[in-house]
Design a protein around this ligand. Sequence first.
Ligand code: HXC
Length: 257
Amino acid sequence: MAFQNIIVEIRGQVGLVTLNRPQALNALNEALIAELNEALSDFESNPGIGCTVITGAEKAFAAGADVKEMAQKGYVESYLGKFLDGWTRIAETRKPVIAAVSGFCLGGGLELAMMCDIVIASETARFALPEITLGIMPGAGGTQRLPRFIGKAKAMDLILTGRMMDAAEAERCGLVARVVRPENLLDEAMAAAAKVASFSTPIVMMAKETVNRAQEMSLAEGARFERRLFLSMFATEDQKEGMQAFVAKRKPDFRNR
Ligand code: HXC
């Protein structure tokens, strides 16, 4: 499929998606979300890819879902249709995804970033869930994921006032993993992704799945889930290789088996 709204590249073992609707500050319309799903699903089934980076432009990672497209929507048509299905599928991506965020990261843009596993932000990044100003609330997981990232107090502050938070505040409250200089953003994100991709893909996928369970399960259930997957790793060749390489003081050669 030829993409109109994103640019897709493969660099080594990393898939790179650049959101590309500059005239609309990368507002996420349905066509873009469908293309993003297609790219992620291609990467997911490509054994040569171990990690994906999603980035935007200098001025905007994404200024939200496309308000001009949403403005026309009605309830019944949306309920019967597939309005948010594409967004849900992004959150279900099994290989790790890193968001490299510069500029505006608003509404659905922030919800997309929070579906990613690591968020790396430029010093210029600005985050908000301004849906309240449009007569709606976040609808792609924002009301649920934001409090899990930053706690109820700050999540309520952001969701009920719609205010913007800068990169320093976002790092302080745990919304982003790292803040870097604007000129280093993509290099840092690609280096982190290359590092993740250099490890055993099935083990990385299990680690991602297990950390995500922490958001959904009790501590006891989560720890049992972790134990089960941890023990299953001893059935992989990559566990043998990783540990034998350590003992032999050589670099491991993971085969994703
Ligand atoms: C559609 C958008 C857009 C959006 C910007 N544009 N954001 N189009 N949907 N979310 C368009 C503008 O209409 C304008 O197009 C062009 O991009 C440049 O934007 P400007 O407003 O001229 O830029 P600036 O003055 O720099 O202001 C930047 C901004 C502002 C502060 C980010 O654009 C803004 O407030 N955007 C809306 C942010 C927002 O409310 N996001 C949440 C959306 S709701 P023209 O054609 O006029 O030049 C949401 C719900 C998700 O995300 C729920 C699940 C799906």
